[in-house]
Each structure stands twice: as C-alpha cells, then as structure tokens.
Design a protein around this ligand. Structure first.
Ligand code: GLC
Length: 641
C-alpha cells in the first residue's frame, strides 16, 4: 500500500481505491473532504501519522465496502438532519437486555411497549460477549465481535437494529474502550508471551512505576478491587487494572490499539448501531503525577474516532460516559480546538446529583449554583439527562459550589449518603452504601429511584398521604430530567417504580457488588397492566401514566431542542427551582417544588409571565396574576396562553 502521511495524499489514496465511482464512493470522498482534517490533526497530536494512517485507511475502506445500502440511506438522511438526537421527540430508555426481554428475539416483541411510552432511543446495556462469572455487569468484554450467547448472534443484532429503525428507535450499545476482560484474545496472547499483544497493555516487571502512579491515582472500587495494578504470573508483571482485577486497561498510546478499536467501531456501525456509549472514556490516557483521568489526549483520541465515524458512518454518534467533576465534563462535548468535534452526547451527572440533593435538603440553591456553570456548550451536542442508571450515585458536590451557599462540600456529601440510606432522621430513602473512601469517610449510594424517593418505605407504612408524597417526589425528579433539554434517559423499571431487588445476594458472582440492588428484572405483568391503563391510580399505574404524559409533553415542545441551554432562574422560596427555555420556537418556564411543603412563586420570578398561561403538562390554561402556589413536589411547565 502507498504510504500516506497527510490529508492530500490520504485523499488521493482513497480516491484511487474507490473504483466503483458510485454514489456511496462519492459520498465517502465528500465526507473525507469535510472531516478528514479533524481526523488527521487529532491523530497527529497523539501518534506519528506514518504509524497510524495507512492501517486506518485500510480499516475505513474495508468497512465502507461492506456497509449495507439501508445504512447508507440512513447516513444520508442524518447528514441532512444532523440534529436528530437533539430534537425534543428523542426520548431514551436504558435496560439490561436479559432483565428486560431475555434476549434480542424477545426484544422484538417489546418494541410496541417502547413505542407506546414514546421511546425513540434505546440503550441496551453490555450485550457483547463478556467473561464468564464475575464480569462487572458485562463491562469485561471477552470478544467485541460476538454477543453473549444467551442474548443472540451478531446476525440477530443486525436484524434487531433494522427492526428498531423501522419502529423509529435508534440503538445505543456500549463501547468499553478502557479495558478488556483478561480472557480477551489480546490478553491471552499477551499472557502467552507475544510481545505485540503485551504492548496492548500496561505491564511492569516490578512495583517501581506502579507505585509512582499509585501516589496520585484514586481507587474506583476500593472495597472489592483495591489498587490499580494486578500481578499476573503468566505475564510475570503488574498489569494496569483501574476497575476490577479481571479488567485489563488497554494501552491507547499504541497506534495499533487505535486501529483495533476503529475496526471494532466499523463492525458495530455496520450492524446498525446508531450510538456508541464510550464507557469510562475519562480513563484512557495515563500520565504520571496525575489522576490519569481527562488527560488532553483523551479528547484528541475521541476527535480522531469521531471524525473516522463521520467519514465512514455519519449516522452514528458518540455518547461520553465521563462521570467527572462539573468543571471537566464540558470538555467531553468539546472545548477549545475540540469544540463540536468529540462526543455528541454526555451524561449530565451533575444534574442527577443536584436533583437528589435538592429533594433531600428541600433547598435548590446549590442546584442553581452548580447548574449555572454549564453555559455555552457546543450547539450541536446534547446532554443525556437521567435520574438513575445501573451505577451507584457518587455525591459529586463541588466544594467551591457548596461554599458559595455557605455549606461544606464534605458535610453535604456525608449528609446525602446518610439521607439516601435512611440514616438521616426523617428520611424515607432505602439506598445502601456503595464503597467507602477510607480517607474522607465519604460513601456512594446504590438503590432504585423508587426506593431512594421513599416509595418503598412509605408503602410499608401504609399511610396513603405518605405514599402519594413519595410518588410525587419521584415524578418531580423525573420531570426535571424530561424538562431540562437533552435526551431524557428512562432507566428500565422506573416507569413502574420498581423497588430495590435483594436477590443479587444469592448469586456468588453478584453479591459483593450491591449496584445489582437497582438492577431488577422487568415486571411484565405490572408493566403491561400499567400500559393498558388497568392499574388506575395505584403506585405503578400513576407513575406510568405521568411518565407517558411527560414524554408526550416533551414531544410537542420544540423549545426543548438541545441546541439551547436551560437557564436556571433564581427563586425566592427555598426548594423551588425554575428552568427557563428561551427558544425562538417558544418560551417555556418550568417550575418545580422540590420541598415537602407548599411554596409560592411570584410572576417576577417567572420572567414576568402573567395573564393567560397554559400548563403544557396538563394542557390546562389559567389566569396567572401575582404568582402561584405549588403543592409539595408540584411541577408546572408554563407558556403564554
Ligand atoms: C462504567 C460503567 C460501570 C463499570 C465501569 C467499568 O462506569 O457504567 O458499570 O463498572 O465503567 O467498565
């Protein structure tokens, strides 16, 4: 193959190889003209172009030649409508496939259920082949080119993706790119002494370098996986294992690793995947003397992968799973030279934490300060907003934010962990501690949304008023997730308020990791009854109907398009949060009472909204004079009538 080291020669090389001269070939060249410079400049920041460009172009051509005509049509449609994922009608659902529908065939039968809920984006939690036994919920991938055998085959994946597309649903899968299972073929070859594959990992003969790194590295799972390195006798060395000892970190400073992942991405794209969730993306670059998270190279690598996809399969987008501090997360949607060139979506961890925090403290001042930071994100990106996911909640309260409202960050984090495990007097939450930080005593929390919101405890009390309050509390939180802008991600089972599930304690593989407490199997009897309206005003019936109402209100409101940031307005009364969407398509003011008592909000706080107004949630119109009284946990989405 000819040697290509810059954009011009790469372009000429591609043109010489694309001999069909059909529309698909011409489109690819057009896209290379548009995005090639992003690819080449980012690669050049990390690798020598002479080492990476030749093999990468080979990967590009291989996957281009096998891309299905239907997916090429999808590419064209999305080039014409690049904001498809930012639109108000994009509503997400996240589930473990086995817990939701047993396998991919079962999923086909559940598509109508998802459509009825208004879902147009589906994230199936890890389905690629993982190591047997303990596998971190599938995040220890043993083979990127096969599915877990009980879930289906790669052909089933292709079929399912097309079925979802026909149903108006985009498919998201995880791309675990910080580590592989120690059973992955690369790790096996490294163990057998193959130097090429040993260089795919970080392996050290003794503790000298690991100890120097450890001096500044945090621990992700201090309770059940302490330390960041694991001795492996076959390797005769210490291998980097940020997460569990069976998850080996791959070495992204090796250009061959980059090309391997480009090929894995090409293969998933060609199976119809629409979005890749870049798992633990913050960790992929290591630097001595730092915490080895969010290093500048992470963003160059993401830009290179993103540009590669824009050229090969522009219908595919990236979602960054960067659970990092509020000051760092913006970089994952692109800052400075990477603005608009990295991930399209990123989780809004801060919003999630602030919702739970405000509900616990019945005070929204911290939320106002913390969310005030997030201005000026690239207009082509969107948040993934959520209340719960499959992971624990880390109480990511920024110390300087806390001090602005006169509280201690540490004190508030301790309060939240106490509150959500029910230790705090008066709390009805039923979470459990997940990992304790030995030096600070701070803890993270596991638990399902309904159990954290207090529904489980209220139900046991048998007090209807308490039950109703807890249901309203949960829905107030979910209303913020749906109203903020960005893709709201409904976590499986939350639509019927599933409680904590303690059955994981019976499984040897799961018992040590209590994140399984909030990964219950879907209760289909309840879900089907709820969807058919057979549950009336019961807990599940009410939650389901109100979530569906949130989804349909959202779909009507163009002003929730993610290209525009939500402004958080100041409220006078403690516990009231006001979100403003000042969009040309319509002005929307959302009011949330996060307190367990009545609150008043005046029209001056509502951007002088007064006179005839419509509440988009109920579609009722009414006269707004001086202001309005909000019942505990009441939500209003208001526009001029
Ligand atoms: C991500 C996943 C989490 C997993 C970790 C390691 O944070 O969400 O479940 O344990 O990555 O892969």
């Amino acid at each position: 193959m000819a040697k290509v080291y810059d954009q011009d020669s790469a372009r000429k090389f591609l043109a010489s190889q694309l001999t069909n001269h059909d529309r698909a070939d011409l489109d690819l060249l057009d896209r290379f003209d548009r995005w090639g410079s992003d690819l080449i400049s980012a690669l050049g920041q990390v690798y020598g172009l002479d080492t990476v460009l030749d093999p990468l172009l080979a990967v590009l051509l291989e996957h281009h030649s096998t891309r299905h005509a239907k997916l090429r049509n999808r590419d064209r449609a999305r080039v014409l409508q690049p904001d498809w994922f930012q639109r108000a009608e994009t509503i997400g659902y996240v589930c473990y496939l086995d817990l939701f529908s047993t396998n991919l065939k079962g999923l086909s039968k559940r598509i109508p259920y998802l459509q009825d809920l208004g879902i147009s984006y589906l994230h199936l939690m890890p389905i690629l082949d993982s190591r047997p036994g303990e596998n971190d919920g599938g995040y220890a991938v043993a083979n990127y080119r096969a599915l877990r055998s009980d879930l289906g085959t790669m052909d089933d994946l292709r079929t399912t993706a097309l079925q979802l597309h026909d149903a108006g649903i985009s498919l998201t899968l995880d791309l675990v790119l910080n580590h592989v299972a120690m059973e992955h073929e690369w790790a096996k070859k490294a163990k057998s002494g193959d130097q090429k594959y040993r260089d795919y990992f970080y392996v050290y003969p003794d503790r000298e370098i690991p100890d120097r790194f450890e001096a500044t590295l945090p621990e992700v799972f201090p309770d059940f996986a302490p330390g960041n390195f694991t001795w492996d006798s076959d390797l005769n060395g210490w291998v980097w294992t940020t997460f569990n000892s069976y998850q080996w970190d791959v070495n992204w400073s090796n250009p061959e690793v980059f090309c391997e992942y480009a090929s894995i991405i090409g293969n998933l794209a060609n199976h119809g995947v629409d979005c890749l969730r870049l798992d633990a993306i913050a960790f992929i670059w290591k630097r001595l003397g730092t915490n080895s998270q969010s290093q500048p190279e992470v963003h160059s690598l993401t830009q290179a992968l993103r540009a590669f996809c824009r050229i090969l399969a522009p219908s595919l987008i990236f979602k960054a799973e960067a659970i990092v501090g509020p000051a760092e997360v913006g970089a994952y949607l692109g800052e400075g030279e990477h603005a608009g060139k990295v991930s399209d979506l990123a989780y809004h961890n801060s919003l999630m934490v602030q919702i739970w925090s405000s509900l616990a403290s019945q005070d929204s001042r911290l939320l106002e300060v913390a969310l005030g930071r997030f201005q000026g994100l690239p207009s082509t990106t969107a948040w993934g907003t959520y209340l719960r996911c499959h992971d624990d909640i880390g109480w990511a309260i920024d110390d300087s934010d806390a001090s602005k409202i006169g509280v201690s960050g540490h004190g508030h984090r301790m309060f939240l962990a106490d509150y959500y495990t029910g230790r705090f007097p008066g709390s009805e939450a039923r979470g459990v501690d997940f990992q304790v930080d030995a030096s600070s005593g701070e803890r993270r929390t596991s638990g399902s949304a309904a159990s954290l919101a207090g529904i489980e405890a209220a139900l046991e009390s048998g007090d209807p008023a308490r039950i109703q309050r807890a249901v309203d509390r949960l829905l107030c939180g979910y209303a913020m997730v749906f109203g903020f802008g960005g893709i709201p991600l409904l976590y499986m089972g939350d639509e019927i308020g599933l409680f904590n599930d303690h059955s994981f304690l019976d499984s040897a593989e799961k018992a040590a990791d209590n994140r399984w407490i909030h990964r219950p199997a879907m209760d289909w009897q309840m879900a089907e009854d709820a969807a058919a309206g057979r549950l009336g005003h019961s807990i599940a019936g009410q939650i389901f109907m109100r979530i569906r109402q949130l989804a349909s209100a959202r779909r009507r409101l163009e002003s929730l398009h993610a290209s525009l940031n939500t402004r958080v307005r100041s409220a006078t009364e403690q516990g009231v949060a006001i979100f403003e969407r000042n969009h040309p398509a319509g002005h929307l003011i959302q009011v949330y009472n996060l307190a367990n008592a009545e609150r008043w909000v005046g029209t001056h706080e509502l951007g002088h909204l007064h006179g005839r107004v419509v509440d988009e949630l109920t579609q009722m119109s009414f006269e707004l004079n001086d202001g309005l009284t909000l019942a505990p946990y009441e939500v209003r989405w208001l526009r001029r009538g």
